[in-house]
Design a protein around this ligand. Structure first.
Ligand code: ADP
Ligand code: MG
Length: 677
């Protein structure tokens, strides 16, 4: 939220000079660590949860499957030394404040935190939050959240007798001092209204400051969401305004028309063994119209895996190259850049166009360059295919960069998009994404772009069947894989890359590779992972592409873009570790040919509940439905994390999935923009 226009300077006051901060050096440093420099920062430091301290939960008499909030008195404390790794354990026995005749008690346990024995003592009152479990014959809570309550009870209205905020902390900043600080700031905060564009209906008669107070101290738990939505609306309108401004700036930056005559495009399409789908033709026309006007294109081409985005990129490239400008195509991995390079050579060499490959490890500027003999060819621009090495200043564009195409945009950020576009003057930009993100999120992430959608799969695709099995059924899966190999098909066997440990994943894939060589004896098995030397990767990948390698054991390096239509089977190990969208992306590697395809999700037998989560992949191959479900399961924060959006930090990112709210924000931003022009 910006602290702008009518807002009182109260919010901009540095905490240091606000008069609200105690002179505690550790706390000051802790606040800095939390990024809280001004009064406004502190007021926007939102609780991670709330505790209802008007009604505490019943004192537990058994283990529970969720956390409880209790008001208790400490009756006994002791420090114990365990066996094994010499664990030091601090235990506090607690009873309900209003002890009943039942004599219920509970043990709080902390391991290896010696200072607690100095903090907690018999007779104290605590508010605690944690999940009770059965431990032997006792009921225990390990490492509960707790606060020591003043014994004279509900004196301080910041901490007791109401719904109370619980904040994210940093070392040096305790829960109570931070709550006290924010409570005081809230009380001192002057009343201020929403900006004048804020719809009356959405405001519901409340002011901005009232809603901010509610976020910290709601009268009821139910009051939280409406307050969050109001403040989120303001934040989202600011975001949309920035996006619209960026778009207007690009449009206003001038530039030139870069639409060729279309002759090259016609010849290209005539040579293709198939004709474009309706969706492809429509997208090509939309791009052509963008190129025809003298301001740069900023377009997103969104289409599910296998929908044929590369063809559309080729069409855009041809139009621009024909107009005499160079084109750059950027892919997120070397593997994919190389695949594009070979596709485009196949497509463009008959048209006698120059193509080159530029990746991190190699510079094939001359090696793979076809000699161009015909002198008039130099009228046309060159296509450079590459990885992010493209914008590291290594690429030169003799005729000037006219079009930047970015494949699998979700693997890059806005900054990289802009860096690539910055290599030329008023560069036309086409970004492509196969992550079918929900429409709402598109609006927030790509709100500055025009959108073309490929919602039609090319014809002649075999059906894709997905099944969820347990890893213990590997023998059956291997049997099935052999049968596919016998019939001349190829298969992928995928092992997850666990984020913490790429090494582990490579280890798992390498070990699995040896096993699969045995299981699939008589067939050629290849291994592919991200840490292999590029030449080695090339060799394996081209062997697979040409059908000499029958089965490919791989980490998720194959996730994006790889296109081998004869591969029809994919076994994905530990599918439970992946998000839905990523699994959908992975299985997009198969189902690209005429053959019926099979994706087997092998899950950990210890985690049977994951089969419920993955069920939708058996039911549908509609990427957008899967994206919606992914959003529902993981929330926008997670989904956006994998989309590397270049979004600014948002306080209310978790509400980005709220379609109505985001659409309203867009509408308001548009009307603000219209008023200003
Ligand atoms: P993605 O959108 O996932 O990047 P690709 O561009 O790799 O998809 O296309 C997937 C496959 O479909 C490729 O083998 C491509 O040659 C083929 N293809 C693309 N368009 C058509 C079409 N109109 N008809 C038939 N096959 C097509
Ligand atoms: Mg692609």
């Amino acid at each position: 939220m910006s602290h702008s226009n009518s807002e009182p300077s109260f919010l901009e006051t540095p905490l240091e000079s606000s008069g609200f901060l105690r002179t505690d050096r550790r706390m000051r440093e802790g606040l800095k660590k939390l990024g809280l420099e001004t009064v406004g920062d502190a007021l926007m430091h939102l609780p991670r949860r709330h505790e209802d301290r008007t009604h505490f939960d019943h004192f537990p008499t058994s283990g529970m499957d969720q956390a409880v909030c209790l008001h208790v008195v400490v009756t006994d404390c002791q420090t114990l030394f365990g066996r094994g790794r010499a664990q030091r354990r601090f235990e506090a026995t607690v009873e309900p404040i209003l002890a009943d005749a039942l004599g219920n008690r509970l043990i709080l346990r902390w391991f290896n935190l010696p200072y607690l024995s100095k903090l907690i003592a018999a007779g104290q009152h605590l508010v605690l939050y944690g999940q009770p479990k059965v431990s032997g014959r006792r009921i225990a809570i390990d490492h509960p959240d707790f606060e020591i309550v003043e014994e004279d009870g509900e004196a301080d209205e910041a901490h007791m007798g109401r719904i109370v905020p619980v904040y994210p902390l940093a070392s040096g900043v305790g829960q109570k001092p931070l709550r006290t600080l924010i409570h005081r700031l809230l009380q001192a905060m002057p009343e201020h209204p929403f900006p004048d564009w804020f719809p009356e209906k959405a405001a519901g008669g409340t002011t901005r400051s009232e809603n901010l107070r509610t976020l910290h101290y709601p009268a009821t738990m139910e009051a939280l969401l409406p307050a969050r939505r109001r403040l989120a609306l303001e934040e989202f309108v600011n975001l949309q305004t920035r996006l619209l401004e960026r778009r207007a700036a690009v449009r206003a930056s001038g530039g030139k028309a870069r639409e060729g005559s279309g002759d090259l495009l016609r010849r290209f399409l005539d040579n293709l063994p198939f004709s474009p789908t309706g969706a492809q033709s429509r997208s090509i026309e939309e791009i052509r119209a963008d190129l025809a006007v003298a301001s740069p294109m900023s377009r997103l081409l969104q289409g599910d895996v296998g929908s044929g985005k590369t063809l559309v990129a080729a069409a855009a490239a041809l139009l621009v190259m024909e107009s005499g400008s160079d084109v750059a195509l950027m892919a997120p991995t070397q593997l994919l850049a190389e695949q594009h390079f070979s596709t485009f050579r196949k497509w463009f060499e008959p048209l006698e166009l120059r193509i080159r490959l530029l990746t991190g490890t190699r510079d094939d500027d001359t090696g793979d360059l076809p000699l161009f003999a015909a002198p008039d060819m130099s009228r046309y621009g060159t296509l450079t295919v590459g990885t992010h090495a493209l914008f590291r200043g290594r690429a030169t564009f003799e005729k000037g960069l006219g079009l930047a195409v970015i494949d699998e945009q979700h693997k890059f950020g806005v900054a990289q998009r802009e860096a690539l576009a910055g290599l030329g003057d008023a560069v036309e930009v086409l970004v492509m994404s196969a992550t079918p993100i929900p429409r709402t999120l598109t609006l927030s992430i790509y709100g500055d772009l025009d959108v073309s959608i490929l919602d039609e799969a090319p014809p002649g695709r075999g059906r894709l069947i997905t099944g969820i099995r347990s890893i213990t059924q590997t023998d059956a899966a291997a049997e099935f894989a052999r049968k596919q190999l016998q019939e001349g098909r190829q298969i992928y066997i995928v092992y997850p890359l666990i984020e913490e440990s790429e090494k582990l994943a490579i280890g798992a894939a390498t070990a699995a590779y040896t096993e699969w060589e045995k299981r699939l004896e008589g067939y050629s098995v290849g291994l592919l992972h991200g840490k292999m030397p590029p030449e080695e990767k090339d060799r394996v990948m081209s062997g697979f592409r040409q059908g000499q390698v029958g089965a490919l054991v791989a980490t998720t390096v194959i996730e994006v873009g790889v296109d081998v239509p004869n591969a029809n089977t994919m076994l994905i190990y530990h599918a439970e570790r992946f998000g839905l969208a990523q699994l959908h992306q992975l299985r997009g590697r198969i189902g690209r040919g005429e053959h019926k395809s099979y994706c087997v999700l092998l899950i950990d037998p210890e985690k049977p509940e994951s089969s419920e989560r993955l069920r939708i992949l058996e039911e549908t191959s509609d990427g957008f439905r899967i994206a919606e479900e992914d959003l529902r399961q993981r929330g926008p924060g997670e989904v956006l994390g994998t989309v590397q959006s270049g979004l600014p930090d948002l306080l209310f990112a978790d509400l980005l999935g709220d379609t109505k709210l985001v659409l309203l924000a867009r509408k308001i931003a548009e009307s603000i923009a219209a008023r200003e022009t």
